[in-house]
Design a protein around this ligand. Structure first.
Ligand SMILES: [Zn+2]
Length: 1119
């Protein structure tokens, strides 16, 4: 080697930040220098498309119409001539644009010809026969590669369906803007220089490597050096310099990045390899900032686009969840649906997830959660021939402690989410782990470390998939979910091209860059995790609920959807029970299987993770969801009435033969029933003439009666004489009110605060009256309403924040009047002004009891029925009960099929985070020998801290629906003090409180309803709940799917039983001879037969459940 002796021209040392900053100039389409850099060569030619014509779809009944292509008569439309600069609008409207193009002949020899369309909105291009080809999303996806069959020089027509909304509807920060317009920026026909475009992608990844790799690493400087050389070699007057640049890029990217072959190569440092599996997806929220009606179009737009991408990139794998969305596609675009099925056979378009929609998991009840999968898995099996083995739920607001168990019941052992990375207090500590649920069942969980399910597949996303992985030590692999969601149409070609280059970089440079894979499925990834973790046994375990430390307002927002959900679930329980019984009783009764399936599909649809949480725009609720659920209830009632007619007949009403509608599997005692003169005049008259316990309630023309069931399930009207512990209300000389039934006694201040609830039998005061920061220093006691300032940092409909707990007003100044003083029920009415716009009225009542001795008491509780006129802004209404249970460190909250315990203290930030939590029909604070439950009829939010129980009632967020919860509300709750720890009485009261003694009163002279309902009996300790009775899903007269068709004409009954409190328990299932039981099978949640179980000659079947077990029996009846 020779070394020059003299240095005539000194060199400078490059200044890193200047050189790095310069890199942006090379690909920047704007700025001063684009003509001197790569953008100069992006297109060989580009021509504007002239002669555009547009038709605005007229509204139907004042609402946006979204007709299908096949329903439009294109020859007879009034077209308007338009061009760039035209504005489509206003918000939500729909347009069709006619586009005629002629491709210049000399273009045909080139690789790609494109249509470049930017209407600033979502749009979908169709061919002239109406086949959807690909979506455009203004700003995100403007290019459409003209497929080969359309590469002809003849003049040809395409149509573009323009939707007047963006990816995220029409404004996410508040009420959607009704007057948004979408500008047509351009409509061009383009002939791109694909080598220039490829250099652009090369340079993008290399530039990111130069900027984002950490200092001190050779990879960073190599990347910077290559980029600089590419720029230095570039000559804007010589298109060949593009090829020179690509050659230089190969030094770090390798030679394979232009095809899928890049994924076949590996760096030769296998031992240190960290694998990242890229999976395309497009997370379409089934409703959110847009209605269901628009979602139906988002689906075809997004999935058509993905089919195109799968054609162009053989290594590309796309997954889509939510069978409801598949069903819509099949219904509206069967031609695209069959293309989806084709790509399924090549493993490129994979249905995933198992559920009907990506549902909320806090609010639906246990049966609903199971039905999400029963609907989803069966639909998927019928269409694609397999069950999903993964619950795909990237974006839901927290995860119930029973998800692992419910997943295992429906054949799912894997789970994916990402949402916990949104926690706003604690960082969730794991990425890949076992999640153990309430009953001990587990699922294998992965949370993609890039902390997004809509990654842009950037260099940084790939690197973060490694760097942010929480337990790489356990398992050196992660998933990267990429693709625009919500109408962005999923991944773009650019994303796949970037991933090819990331892989090229790791093949040559290795080390800092994880090895990104395309072509593998989600299954492959989980298989690899199992293979590398001793089948999961080596992975860490998370036990119990996966609480999302965010979006805590969603347990309360949009009270009406919550009420509908609880009520709808009860209705569907009742429908399935009575129709099942009717179909057993009568051969002439046709089981309404299709209608019942449709009801469940609608209810499950409304459990979507923005619908039931209350976080959609108003249009979703007022135009779609509430009418849908109103109809659901009406249809359910109709089905119930029809079935009852089969079961009993209801010609004349005779008090002696009257059966009332108790659909719970236990007797009801002393239930109060309101009989309305307008709705049930005949019955009203009979009762008015009868000498039973009767009184007028404060609603006009309504009588109240007390009813019980006897062992045959027949109605019994209780008489005044039956009441051993009569209710009463008295006013003391100092203005207080005493409500008592001689077993408990409530003292209520003249302003409506319960200052004492004394349990006479157990000699126990229930209400605490010490003044604290939370109770204030006025009159302290129970049923104290509070109004909190509720101004969250983000997402008003979703969020309520910790600091709100310190800023509240106790509502005072209540006015109390005696409403009724009656042995059956005594009550007072408390009226409280909330503001100049809002007030509430609560009836506080106590019931007279029938029991002959105190220990045998009926459920003895104080009931609250509240009417609220609510016109507030960013306020949160709650009610609180300070109790004398001072030291319990855990409180109990009912979850789907069990109880979740949560701390009552704020020891660490993890407990602080749970300042507002979800529950179902009750929450409970108990010490070992005494406790207090709060039962509710339609509420889901609440919290118990220290000795204080708070039930969340109403919120008033102004975005995305500024009308959310405005107006009138009625709801009920109860305070139930009980001897001993939380027990089955609270569980049952929760049921009784929600499963009202319905006014489906009917005559049952032959007792057929009673006999049938009594032919299925669970004899067991009361913590075992027979929660659901329905027809077998696969029976010939129930099943709606080709794949499950059977020759058998057997009928079966399916029973769901669960252990509700957390202790292994045995019992006996008894079937009456009327049922004609042939065989009994234990099944999974999909009703697939497992082992046959023996019963004795008395048709008795011993059953045994583990703590929090949920079991399903299929009872096959003789033909
Ligand atoms: Zn979502």
């Amino acid at each position: 080697m020779s070394y020059d002796r003299y240095n005539y021209q000194p060199n400078f040392k490059p200044v890193d930040h200047l050189f790095d900053d310069r890199l942006r100039q090379f690909t920047d389409g704007g700025g001063q220098f684009h003509d001197l850099n790569l953008p100069k060569f992006y297109y060989l030619e580009k021509i504007g498309i002239g002669g555009l014509k547009s038709w605005r779809v007229p509204d139907v009944d004042g609402k946006t119409a979204r007709p299908l292509f096949k329903d439009i008569d294109f020859d007879n439309l009034e077209w308007e001539n338009i061009g760039p600069g035209y504005s489509f609008g206003p918000s939500w409207k729909s347009f069709w644009v006619k586009l005629e193009i002629e491709i210049p002949e000399h273009w045909l020899s080139h690789e790609i010809i494109e249509i470049d369309w930017d209407s600033s909105s979502e749009a979908l291009i169709y061919d002239h026969k109406g086949l959807p080809l690909q979506a455009f999303t203004g700003g995100e996806r403007n290019l459409f590669r003209i497929p080969h069959k359309y590469r002809v020089t003849d003049r040809q027509t395409f149509y573009i369906e323009v939707a007047c909304n963006g990816m995220f509807g029409n404004g996410a920060d508040g009420h959607p803007d009704p007057n948004r317009y979408f500008r047509l920026n351009h409509a061009d026909l383009g002939l791109p220089n694909m080598e220039a475009r490829r250099l652009f992608w090369d340079f993008w990844i290399l530039g990111d490597a130069a900027r984002e790799f950490p200092g001190g690493r050779w990879e960073k400087y190599q990347a910077a050096d290559v980029c600089t050389k590419i720029m230095d070699a570039f000559d804007p007057d010589d298109v060949k310099s593009v090829a020179t640049g690509r050659k230089l890029a190969q030094k770090l990217l390798g030679t394979k990045v232009d095809s899928e072959l890049v994924f076949d190569e590996f760096a030769n440092n296998e031992i240190r390899r960290i694998d990242v599996y890229g999976i395309g997806n497009c997370h379409i929220d089934t409703a959110w900032e847009w209605p269901f009606a628009e979602t139906k179009r988002k689906i075809v737009r997004s999935w058509t686009t993905q089919l195109r991408l799968a054609d162009d990139y053989p290594e590309y794998v796309f997954v889509a969840s939510q069978m409801q969305q598949f069903k819509w596609l099949k219904q509206y675009h069967p031609e695209i649906y069959s293309l989806v099925k084709e790509k399924y056979t090549t493993n490129q378009f994979l249905p995933i997830g198992g559920s009907w929609v990506e549902n909320d998991t806090n609010l639906p009840n246990g049966e609903s959660l199971l039905r999400q999968f029963l609907l989803g898995q069966r639909y998927q099996f019928n269409e694609f021939g397999f069950y999903s083995n993964i619950f795909w739920l990237p974006d839901t607001f927290g995860y119930s402690s029973q998800i692992p168990q419910i997943c295992q019941l429906v054949g799912i052992s894997r789970f994916l989410t990402q949402k916990l990375s949104w926690n706003n207090i604690n960082q969730f500590p794991l990425s890949t782990f076992n999640w153990k649920g309430l009953d001990g069942s587990q699922v294998l969980v992965h949370m993609p470390p890039a902390n997004t399910y809509t990654a842009g597949a950037h260099f940084g996303d790939v690197v973060r998939s490694q760097q942010q992985h929480k337990n790489l030590r356990d398992i050196p692999t992660g998933l990267l979910l990429f693709g625009h969601g919500d109408g962005g149409g999923g991944p773009t070609e650019e994303m796949i091209e970037k991933l090819r280059r990331c892989r090229g970089l790791s093949n040559t440079a290795g080390g800092l860059m994880p090895t990104v894979h395309l072509g593998n499925t989600v299954d492959d990834f989980y298989e690899e995790v199992l293979a590398k973790s001793n089948n999961g046994a080596d992975l860490p375990t998370w036990v119990g609920e996966m609480y999302l430390e965010y979006h805590r307002g969603t347990y309360t927002t949009q009270a009406r959807i919550k009420r509908f959900m609880r009520y709808g679930e009860v209705k569907l329980h009742d429908v399935e029970l009575v129709t099942a019984l009717a179909s057993i009783k009568s051969k002439h009764y046709k089981y309404p299987a299709e209608k019942i399936l449709a009801l469940w599909e609608d209810l499950c649809l409304c459990q979507f993770h923005d619908v039931v949480p209350g976080s959609c725009i108003g249009m979703v609720y007022y135009d779609e969801v509430y009418p849908m659920l109103d109809e659901l209830v009406a249809n359910a009632d109709k089905l119930i009435d029809e079935a009852l007619e089969v079961l009993g007949g209801k010609s004349t009403i005779n008090l002696d033969n009257l059966t009332f509608f108790n659909t719970l599997p236990w007797n009801r005692n002393n239930e109060l029933l309101e009989i309305s003169q307008t709705q049930q005049p005949e019955l009203y008259q009979l009762i008015s003439n009868d000498q039973v316990s009767v009184r007028d309630v404060y609603e006009k023309d309504t009588k109240l009666v007390s009813v019980s069931t006897n062992d045959e399930g027949k109605l019994k009207l209780n008489s005044i004489e039956d009441i051993k512990y009569p209710a009463s209300v008295t006013q003391t000389s100092d203005g207080q009110f005493i409500l008592s039934n001689e077993l408990i006694k409530a003292t209520i201040s003249s302003t409506g605060i319960i200052t004492s609830l004394y349990d006479i039998v157990n000699d126990r005061e229930v209400i605490a009256t010490e003044s604290t920061k939370q109770t204030g220093d006025g009159i302290v006691g129970g049923n104290q309403y509070l109004i909190f300032d509720d101004e969250p940092l983000n997402f008003p409909a979703w969020d309520t924040e910790l600091y709100s707990l310190n800023k509240f007003k106790l509502l005072s100044g209540g006015e109390v009047t005696v409403l009724s003083n009656n042995k059956l029920k005594s009550s007072i009415l408390v009226k409280i002004k909330i503001s100049d716009r809002s007030y509430l009225e609560t009836e506080i009542s106590i019931q007279g009891l029938l029991a002959s001795k105190p220990d045998d008491q009926d459920f003895n509780y104080i009931k609250f029925k509240t009417f609220v006129r609510w016109h507030e802004k960013y306020k949160f209404l709650k009610v609180q009960f300070p109790t004398t249970v001072y030291t319990a460190t855990q409180a109990n909250y009912e979850t789907q099929f069990g109880v979740t315990q949560r701390p009552t203290h704020w020891n660490t930030s993890w407990e602080t985070a749970k300042f507002e939590v979800a529950h179902h029909k009750f929450m409970d604070l108990s010490e070992f020998n005494y406790g207090v439950s709060v039962i509710n009829s339609s509420k889901y939010g609440g919290a118990i801290h220290g000795n204080l129980i708070r039930l969340s009632l109403l919120r008033s967020p102004k975005a995305p629906d500024d009308q959310a919860d405005m107006g009138d509300h009625t709801f009920e709750y109860a305070l139930y003090p009980h001897k001993g720890y939380l027990g089955s009485d609270t569980v049952k009261l929760g049921y009784n409180f929600n499963y009202k003694i319905e006014k489906h009163l009917f005559e049952d002279p032959a007792s057929s309803f009673s006999k049938l309902i009594n032919s299925i009996k669970l004899e067991a300790p009361e913590n075992l709940i027979l929660s659901h009775i329905k027809r077998g899903e696969n029976d010939y007269d129930v099943n709606q799917y080709e794949a499950y068709k059977t020759q058998s004409t057997e009928k079966s009954i399916v029973l769901r039983i669960y252990e509700s409190l957390g202790g292994a328990t045995s019992g006996l299932l008894k079937f009456g001879p009327i049922l004609k039981v042939a065989k009994v099978f234990k099944t999974n949640g999909l009703e697939e037969e497992g082992v046959e179980v023996e019963f004795n000659d008395k048709y008795e079947l011993p059953i045994s459940l583990k703590a929090f077990d949920v079991v399903t029996y299929k009872v096959v009846l003789k033909d």
